[in-house]
Design a protein around this ligand. Structure first.
Ligand SMILES: C[S@@+](CC[C@H](N)C(=O)[O-])C[C@H]1O[C@@H](n2cnc3c(N)ncnc32)[C@H](O)[C@@H]1O
Length: 233
């Protein structure tokens, strides 16, 4: 079911969400408050503010790379991984050239991101390569409830962290059998996250993060993601 992220329509939707959400024509008939736009950047900022070390960062389920570029303004090396070939192609093109053209729109990296060069690779968050290495910060933005086996993903992350690493997980908690078999849902999400992460992480904070994802100039989803920040012990 993760193939749904290969469509041209979703590619355009996520390019808009990552690179144009502050443009006046993102939702031209209604102005959006600052607190609901720039979601990929706001997610990255939580790690930029709280990290202890700024060596390696991982953006898991990076889509078209908006958070990865922002992480790379401070982290020395950033890797973005996603299951969608179309998204990874767009993110790589942006990294190589600073822009990407899709359906008559040219997306351009913000100026502070143009000198950053995160690397992007196709991959499965539930089966990460063992030699991926360890990270000082891992972002999983709106990925958890799109995975076939979210618990497997969480336990797999342990080998890619070290003491002091940060893990930032946001999720709309919109569990759906189209993505995750019901018996694998982590529900209620926060309790399940504690059950899986408390043995090796400390929960530093839990808060709400609203965002707006447009699919038409007159229509958008308004979602309040649950965000939780964890430090590996
Ligand atoms: C709801 S989108 C969130 C994207 C991005 N993090 C954001 O906040 O805009 C979910 C992303 O997870 C990716 N994804 C789905 N299953 C995956 C998997 N098994 N491994 C890695 N990425 C996956 C999708 O391709 C999509 O880019």
């Amino acid at each position: 079911m993760t193939d749904s992220y290969e469509s041209e329509a979703l590619l355009g939707q996520y390019l808009d969400f990552h690179y144009r959400s502050t443009d006046p024509d993102y939702l031209p008939h209604h102005s959006l408050p600052e607190g609901v736009v720039n979601y990929p950047r706001r997610c990255a900022e939580v790690l930029l503010k709280n990290a202890i070390n700024y060596g390696h960062a991982l953006d898991l389920g990076c889509a078209v790379g908006g958070s990865s570029f922002h992480l790379a303004t401070r982290f020395e090396e950033v890797v973005g991984i996603d299951f969608s070939h179309a998204f990874i192609h767009a993110a790589r093109h942006l990294a190589e050239t600073g822009h990407f053209r899709h359906s008559e729109t040219t997306y351009t990296l913000p100026s502070e991101a143009r000198k950053c060069r995160p690397t992007f690779q196709w991959g499965d968050a539930c089966n990460l390569p063992e030699d991926l290495g360890t990270f000082d910060a891992i972002l999983m933005a709106n990925l958890l409830c799109r995975l076939p086996d979210p618990a497997r993903c969480l336990s797999g992350l342990r080998r890619h962290t070290r003491s002091g690493s940060l893990l930032f997980i946001t999720t709309p908690c919109s569990w759906d059998e189209a993505y995750t078999p019901r018996e694998k849902w982590l529900h209620p999400t926060l309790e399940a996250l504690h059950a899986h992460l408390d043995p090796w992480c400390e929960n530093l904070d839990t808060f709400d993060m609203p965002f707006v994802l447009r699919d038409h100039p007159r229509r958008a989803q308004f979602t309040i993601a649950q965000a939780s920040l964890w430090r590996v012990g």
